[in-house]
Design a protein. Structure first.
Length: 370
């Protein structure tokens, strides 16, 4: 069992402390700085024969923290070069299916043959492992590097859920500790070479996206997830404005739960009337075999597209209200995996295509790493 406090984070410092070795500072290559022990010393240059002066405990702790932060910053830069595309997935409010969209994007990209990872930044409510069938998995740590779990289609996953001994245990952290953990998720994870990293955030416009954009270079942009409901659309507008304030491109808006398709069989070539939500009658006609299909606007429809038009950002597409997503999330088998040729999988494929088109047209964000 991995010791959570030892592997991920020190509650006092938010750093994994480097081992202190009192020798002289010397030149290191970029790789040496990433892999070597701490080169910190308190040597007095005026007396070359003098033995290194041992720092006080407070000085040693501060130097170790500074060195660990510098080492992690360089690791983040290295990771930024190994991951071609980094896509943030946000929603203005919870319950709109943001994590379902994140896993769907990752799996749809993996179906294309890409190397894909998911970084679950929702520290207090991590759900990605459950959706990927990895809820009982534990992370592997080797030489101080955290190795991601592998889910369906080879998608790599990192999440706070892997580090909790009990799924019912809440993570009650103040901002600095939480943000330190996010930096370690980025800097201390051995992702390897990836074509795409999908970053799933908690709902709302909190400080997690700011930490990621400042820690991970060359973010391609954000995907905003909403439902057609007016309340969800109101919060999605805030998310778009939030992205603009971070100077991160908005790749587009996805409208989730956009209509429920009802299929049935009746008399061939006959008129069909279905009582839909709000007493609205939906009409259709069966084909020569008696099959018919109607779309019911359970949560309205079209609000995501109109919001995108209002803000001048792309509308990536709509995903149907599919009970299979609920079952798949509970069972750990996404609908894309269980029904790769189904309508929902095809809808995800179209959204992925739209995202890829936006990435090819936009320059990535280049906020300074801190």
């Amino acid at each position: 069992m991995i010791n959570f406090q030892q592997v991920l984070i020190s509650a006092e410092s938010c750093q994994i402390c480097a081992h202190f070795i009192p020798h002289r500072l010397k030149y290191y290559s970029h790789h040496d700085w990433l892999m070597a022990e701490s080169p910190i010393s308190t040597h007095d240059p005026k007396n070359d024969s003098q033995a290194p002066v041992q720092p006080s405990p407070q000085q040693q702790k501060q130097m170790e923290q500074n060195y660990a932060q510098m080492k992690r910053k360089m690791a983040m830069q290295e990771i930024g070069r190994k991951i071609k595309h980094k896509i943030m997935v946000l929603s203005g409010k919870g319950g709109v299916g943001k994590s379902t969209v994140s896993t769907g994007l990752a799996l749809s990209l993996a179906q294309q043959g890409h190397k894909v990872g998911i970084l679950d930044i929702d520290i207090t409510g991590p759900n990605i492992p459950k959706m990927m069938g990895l809820d009982n998995h534990r992370l592997h740590v080797e030489e101080g590097r955290i190795h991601p779990a592998k889910g369906h289609l080879g998608v790599k996953v990192i999440s706070m859920a892997f580090l909790l001994d009990d799924a019912d245990t809440p993570v009650v952290w103040r901002g600095p500790i939480k943000l330190g953990a996010i930096q370690q998720f980025i800097g201390d994870v051995e992702w390897g070479d990836l074509d795409y990293l999908i970053i799933d955030f908690p709902p709302g416009t909190s400080d997690e996206p700011l930490t990621v954009t400042q820690s991970l270079p060359n973010i391609d942009g954000m995907v905003i997830v909403t439902t057609p409901q007016a309340v969800a659309l109101l919060d999605s507008r805030k998310s778009i404005t939030f992205a603009e304030s971070l100077k991160v491109p908005v790749l587009g808006v996805v409208e989730n739960m956009s209509g429920y398709t009802l299929n049935g069989v009746t008399t061939a070539n006959s008129a069909v009337e279905i009582a839909g939500p709000g007493g609205k009658t939906v009409k259709s006609t069966s084909d020569e075999n008696g099959n018919f299909s109607v779309v019911l606007d359970i949560f309205k429809q079209g609000g995501g597209k109109s919001t995108a038009e209002d803000f001048g950002v792309p509308f990536l597409g709509a995903l149907p209200f599919d009970p299979g997503f609920v079952r798949g999330g509970d069972d750990g088998v996404h609908k894309i995996v269980s029904d790769p040729e189904g309508a929902s999988s095809m809808a995800f494929a179209e959204i992925v295509k739209a995202v890829q088109e936006q990435i090819s047209d936009k320059a990535p964000s280049t906020l300074e790493i801190i």
